[in-house]
Every structure is written in C-alpha cells, then in structure tokens.
Design a protein around this ligand. Structure first.
Ligand SMILES: C[S@@+](CC[C@H](N)C(=O)[O-])C[C@H]1O[C@@H](n2cnc3c(N)ncnc32)[C@H](O)[C@@H]1O
Length: 391
C-alpha cells in the first residue's frame, strides 16, 4: 500500500540533527520516501568521519545549540529528523533532564521552532525510555501543540518488528496540520498532555497506521535466531572478541546477559559495549559448552569455560539493521519460509541501491562500539517514517 506522500508530489527535504553515523539518514532512504537529507549536524568528529565516508557529505560540526534561524531556514527543509543525546534521561547520566548541559541543543531547536517563518511539516524524534516522562518532552509537545502539529508518540522495540534485539525506544512523530478540518481539531498543550497516549503495540491502532489492514491478518513475527546474524569467525578472530577474564572475574554477582546462538533475543547495546562494563551494556555470546545454561554469577570463575565473546561491530550493525554490503541474511533460507507483510525479512529482500554502512580504516573497534551503541534501529525508524509520519 502506498502512503499519502508516495502518492503525492511532495518532495521531502530533511535536516538531520544529532546525526551520529547517520542512522536516521539510512532509515529515511530505506523508507523510500521521495526526498533527501539536505544537511546533517553533529559535533562528534569520529561519528562525522564515518558519516562522510558513507554519504560522501560532511555533517556540519557547529554545535546545534548555536545554530541561528538563518542557519536553518537557508536549507528550506520541510522535515526535521533528530535523535538528541539520551544521557539527560538516564540514571547513569544523572537524570538531570532539561537542566543537563547535553539537552541544550535540543531545547534550542524547540526554541527555534517557534521562531521560524515556515516551520517543517514533519518532525521525527528518537530517544530513550524515560524521555516520555521528561520535562524536555513536555516542552517539545507544548511547542508542537502551539505550532499546530498533530503528534503521535510510542515506545517500541525491534523485537516487535521481527528482529532479535531488545532496544526499547521512545519515538515521536509530528505532522503540521494544514487543511481546515484538521485546523478545527487543534488541542491545547494542557489538554494534550492530560490525555496523551504513548503507544506500545505495533502496528499502532487505526487510524494511526496505514499498514493496519495488511498486518491484521498476518501471523506473529517469527523472530530468527541470533545465529543468523553472527559472522563466521575464525578461531583467531573469535579470540579478538573474547571477553577478558578479568572483566568476568570482577563481576561477582552481576547477572550480565549471556545469550546462545540459538536464542531469539539479545539485549540493548550501549556505547559502553566492549569495555569492562559488561553488566547492562549488551549481551555476551556463549561460544563453548552450549548445553550449559545454569549460570552461577556468584562464582564468576565458573563462567570462564563458556568462552564468552562480544558481538562484533558488524553483528551489532546487522541487528541495528544498517544496510551492509555483506548482507548474508539475504541468502538465508530461513527468511523465505514465510512472507510476513512489512516484516524485516521483506525489507532484506528489497533491492537496495543506497549507501552502505562501512567504517573507515582508522576507526578502532572501541570507537565502532561507541558510535553503534549511540545509534538506532534503521528498520524500525524506516517503518515509523513510512507508516506513521508520512501517512
Ligand atoms: C544519540 S546520538 C545520535 C546518534 C545517531 N542517531 C546515529 O544514528 O548514529 C547523539 C549525537 O548528538 C551529538 N551531539 C550532542 N550534543 C550536540 C550538540 N550540541 N550539537 C551537535 N551535536 C551534538 C553527539 O555527538 C551524538 O553523536
């Protein structure tokens, strides 16, 4: 089914704020919406070098908090894509919310939005769980209501899209009201905040998602096993990714997440993945004694013989559904067993002509983990763009 935008002639010109390695840019390309990303903004030099390597266009390194109205208006963009820093809303980041220096760029964009002569028709935002309870979100939706946007908010994980990775994230999609019927239905920020629903099921209830009819009769997603996402590593390569013994031995009583290749779920990868923070930064794969799953975290030395390893950056990129050149999943027979409308397996079978995610040679493994941990699930975002934002 084509969405409204695919049928119309509206051409989308996106600004991508907090662009990192371009997860939103990939998602936009994957959504097959007619348009382009006209400029991206980020201050991280490493992430920007990866972005430039793949999109052949350097993100603007000026801090978003210092952008002027003219800096933004000159692009004549009708869509904003953004994934602001998440630390202000996490316990690890002290949950300082709008008082955190790292939310300055985002708050500045909210302020600018109220001053633009021609605000964007579409806004997409990705953030972490807890953003939905934040003062920053309250400020954003307040501004959006005052500027006549229709808002959809949800909390979703890639598991709901048939991908064996749990990464629960908050998404907001806002569309500027235009026709007279829509303008009659404007609600005040107070009323919106009182009644707002944060959707947690996929597809979203009708009439929010245009895929509702297609998905209604489909069977539940058959989530593939992690093994289908793993690289075929040589013994030498496996050694490179083994979790150092000292990390395991010092993790007394920390129930870090161990997964088997036959599992159909792994936990969220954060930017600390690959470091000594093995608790809650992402799953570790058991490579030996696969029949043994009765882990004793009170005796970490008993876990050493399982030869736990980190997922490789390529495996994480696959789980985050970045388009990769070596997309071996394409050929995997498991994906041809069933055709599930709009599930990830369909997406993989499409002919993809856009840029792939590759890392420049000088980027270390640690840097790859950091930028991937900061990034997002491209398929989930592409679905939200094509099924909700541009409905
Ligand atoms: C959550 S990450 C976004 C990652 C991105 N969506 C991706 O796919 O890689 C947030 C990004 O915001 C950038 N950032 C933080 N504060 C900024 C500011 N004031 N101006 C520009 N970029 C900023 C960080 O460097 C980081 O890359």
């Amino acid at each position: 089914m084509m969405n409204r935008l695919q049928q119309s002639s509206e051409y989308i010109r996106c600004l991508e704020f907090f662009s990192g390695i371009g997860g939103l840019h990939y998602a936009f390309i994957l959504s097959e919406i007619k348009g382009e990303v006209v400029a991206s903004f980020d201050i991280n030099i490493i992430a920007n070098s990866v972005y430039k390597h793949n999109f052949d266009k350097e993100p603007i390194t000026k801090g978003i908090d210092s952008l002027t109205i003219e800096d933004i208006e000159k692009y004549k963009a009708n869509c904003w894509l953004m994934s602001p820093p998440c630390q202000p809303y996490t316990r690890g980041g002290k949950s300082l919310d709008d008082k955190d220096q790292r939310s300055k760029g985002f708050l500045h964009l909210i302020d600018i939005l109220s001053k633009l002569s021609d605000p964007p028709n579409y806004i997409f935002l990705e953030n972490v769980l807890n953003f939905e309870k934040s003062r920053c979100r309250e400020k954003l939706v307040t501004q959006l209501c005052l500027t006549n946007y229709e808002i959809t908010e949800c909390l979703l994980t890639p598991l709901q899209f048939g991908i064996p990775n749990d990464r629960l994230r908050y998404y907001l999609m806002a569309r500027k009201r235009s026709d007279s019927y829509e303008l009659e239905n404007i609600i005040s920020p107070h009323e919106y905040l009182k009644n707002a629903v944060i959707h947690q099921t996929w597809p979203l209830p009708p009439p929010l998602s245009n895929q509702q009819q297609e998905l209604k009769h489909s069977e539940p997603f058959n989530i593939p096993t992690l093994s289908t996402y793993l690289e075929e590593l040589t013994e030498g390569e496996i050694k490179r990714y083994l979790v150092p013994e000292k990390y395991i031995l010092k993790s007394f009583n920390f129930r870090f997440d161990i997964v088997l290749p036959s599992d159909r779920k792994c936990s969220c990868f954060t930017k600390s993945y690959g470091s000594h923070h093995i608790y809650s930064s992402g799953s570790l794969i058991q490579t030996k004694n696969l029949e043994f799953t009765n882990y004793n975290f009170e005796e970490p030395s008993s876990l050493l013989e399982l030869e736990l390893r980190f997922f490789t950056p390529k495996e994480i990129a696959r789980l985050h559904t970045f388009p990769l050149k070596s997309q071996t999943l394409h050929e995997n027979p498991i994906y041809h067993e069933k055709t599930i409308p709009r599930s990830y397996d369909n997406f993989l079978k499409r002919n993809y002509n856009g840029p792939y995610l590759e890392f420049p040679e000088n980027i270390s493994i640690k840097q790859k983990y950091r930028v991937l941990g900061n990034s997002l699930n491209c398929f989930v975002v592409s679905e939200l763009l094509s099924c909700i934002l541009f409905l």
